[in-house]
Design a protein around this ligand. Structure first.
Ligand SMILES: Cc1cc2nc3c(=O)[nH]c(=O)nc-3n(C[C@H](O)[C@H](O)[C@H](O)COP(=O)(O)OP(=O)(O)OC[C@H]3O[C@@H](n4cnc5c(N)ncnc54)[C@H](O)[C@@H]3O)c2cc1C
Length: 392
C-alpha cells in the first residue's frame, strides 16, 4: 500500500503547544535527539498548572494552581525527574474538618476510632466498618450508593458527601458509581496521603524544575503566544497539550471541566499546622485550605500564605482544572476524538489534550512514551497517531 506521506513526521523540527510538564518533557527528549523544537505557551509563565512562584512579600513558595506533590512508583519517571532538580523527600499529610472536629485523611484507624469514639484494633475496625456498610445495595448506581455500600452512611456523610457535592457541583446521588472505584480506607495509623515509593518536591519549586527541563539550546520557548490550528504547517509535527476541543475551535461545544478560584491570605506564624485541610461540610462553600510554606519544611519563614479553594463550573474564560467526564461529556468527547483521528500532523497529549485527570508522574511517563514513538515513527517512516494515549 502507498504510504500517506502527509502523515509522516518531517525530520528535525516540531512545534509543541503548552509549556506545562507534558510539553516540556516531549520538547526535551526531541531536542536531545537532535530536533529543533519551538514551545508555544499562551500564559506569561512556563510550568502549566504545576507553576510555583515565590511570594514577593513573604518569600514563601506558592503553588499558584493548587497544591502539588510529586509521587511515583516508576523508576524511569523518578530518574528523569531528578535529572533536572534536587527533590526533597516529602510525605504529604492531609487533615479534614468535619462538623467542627479535625481528623486524619484518608480515613485511617485513627479517623475511625476518633469519629466513633472507640479504641478498635485493625481487625476489629475492619469488621466494624463492614457492619456499617449497607449490604442491601448489591449493584450501586451512583457515587452515593457506592460509598454507602463500602463504608456505610455515617462515614460517607461526614467525610465524602458534602465535599463531593462541592467538588463536582452535583449531588453524589447523580454522579456515577465509577468515580468511586476505591475508597481510600486504611486500617492502620499510617496517615501519609500517598503510598508511592518516591514522594518528594523539587527544592526550588516546580517552575524552576520545568525551566531546567526546557533549558536546551535547541528548545525555544515563546511565552504569551497562543497557538491555533491555523498555525499548524505541513511537515512540522504539532504536539498539542492544550484543550482537545480548543484545537477544533469548540465547534461542537465545550467539554465540561470544573475550575477553581483561590482566595489568598497572608498572616504571621502558622495558620493551620498542616499543608492541606479539607472542609467536608456542605455549609462551607470552600473545599480546602492550602498553607504553602508547609510544602517546603526545609525553608524557614516567619510569615505565612494560605489559599482558600472554591470549585465552580468552568466557563469559556475560566481555567480548566478537572475534566468532568460524565455520560454527556463522553459523547462530545467521542466526536472530538473522531475529528482528531482524521487530522494529520497533530498528536494530542497531556491532561487537556486527552481530557483526562493525570498526575505529574503519569504525565511524564506518557510524554516519554509519546516522544519515543515519534522518534521511532520518523526512523521507520510510519505515521504518528493523533493519540498515543487515547482519551476513551
Ligand atoms: C488542583 C490540582 C492539584 C493537583 N495536584 C497534583 C499533585 O499533588 N500531584 C500530581 O502528581 N499531580 C497533581 N495534579 C495534576 C498536574 O497538575 C498535572 O499532571 C499537570 O499539570 C499536567 O501537565 P500538562 O502539561 O499535561 O498540562 P498543563 O499543566 O495544563 O499545561 C498545559 C499548558 O498549555 C497551555 N496552553 C493551552 N492551550 C494553549 C494554546 N492554544 N497555545 C499555547 N499554550 C496553550 C496552558 O496555558 C498550559 O500552560 C493536580 C492538578 C490539579 C488541577
Amino acid at each position: 500500500m502507498p504510504q500517506d506521506i502527509s502523515a509522516v513526521p518531517a525530520a528535525n523540527t516540531a512545534n509543541i503547544v503548552g509549556a506545562g510538564l507534558s510539553g516540556a518533557v516531549i520538547a526535551r527528549v526531541l531536542a536531545e535527539a537532535g530536533h529543533k523544537v519551538t514551545v508555544f505557551e499562551s500564559r506569561d509563565h512556563i510550568g502549566g498548572n504545576c507553576h510555583t512562584e515565590r511570594d514577593a512579600e513573604t518569600g514563601v513558595m506558592l503553588h499558584r494552581y493548587g497544591p502539588h506533590i510529586f509521587h511515583t512508583d516508576s523508576e524511569d519517571v523518578w530518574q528523569f525527574a531528578t535529572r533536572f532538580a534536587n527533590f526533597k523527600r516529602f510525605h504529604h499529610k492531609v487533615r479534614a474538618t468535619s462538623r467542627g472536629k479535625v481528623y486524619p485523611l484518608p480515613v485511617t484507624l485513627a479517623t475511625i476510632n476518633q469519629f466513633f469514639e472507640l479504641a478498635l484494633r485493625p481487625d476489629e475496625a475492619r469488621a466494624f466498618v463492614a457492619g456499617k456498610a449497607d449490604s442491601t445495595i448489591n449493584a450501586p448506581r451512583s457515587f452515593e450508593e457506592q460509598a454507602q455500600s463500602m463504608i456505610g452512611n455515617e462515614l460517607y456523610e461526614a467525610f465524602f458527601k458534602g465535599y463531593t457535592q462541592k467538588q463536582w457541583g452535583r449531588a453524589p446521588s447523580e454522579l456515577p458509581a465509577s468515580i468511586l472505584k476505591r475508597l481510600p480506607l486504611r486500617f492502620t495509623y499510617e496517615d501519609s496521603y500517598f503510598n508511592h515509593k518516591y514522594q518528594a518536591l523539587p527544592e526550588n519549586g516546580y517552575t524552576d524544575w520545568i525551566a531546567a527541563i526546557l533549558d536546551h539550546p535547541d528548545i525555544t520557548v515563546r511565552l504569551k503566544q497562543p497557538f491555533t490550528n491555523q498555525q499548524a504547517q505541513d511537515g512540522e509535527h504539532v504536539f498539542w497539550s492544550g484543550p482537545l476541543d480548543g484545537y477544533f475551535g469548540y465547534s461542537q461545544g465545550r467539554l465540561a471541566y470544573r475550575s477553581l478560584r483561590f482566595e489568598n491570605f497572608t498572616g504571621e506564624g502558622d495558620y493551620q499546622g498542616c499543608p492541606v485541610m479539607n472542609f467536608c461540610d456542605a455549609d462551607k462553600p470552600y473545599t480546602r485550605v492550602t498553607e504553602h510554606k508547609h510544602f517546603a519544611p526545609w525553608e524557614s519563614h516567619d510569615k505565612t500564605v494560605y489559599s482558600v479553594e472554591y470549585p465552580f463550573e468552568c466557563g469559556p474564560e475560566d481555567t480548566p482544572y478537572y475534566p468532568v467526564r460524565l455520560v454527556e461529556d463522553k459523547s462530545l468527547l467521542q466526536h472530538y476524538v473522531s475529528q482528531a483521528d482524521q487530522t494529520k500532523g497533530v498528536t494530542f497529549v497531556g491532561r487537556l489534550g486527552t481530557y483526562r485527570y493525570l498526575d505529574m508522574d503519569v504525565c511524564i511517563a506518557e510524554a516519554l512514551q509519546t516522544a519515543a514513538q515519534f522518534l521511532e515513527a520518523q526512523s521507520t517512516q510510519a505515521p504518528m497517531p493523533a493519540f498515543v494515549h487515547p482519551p476513551l
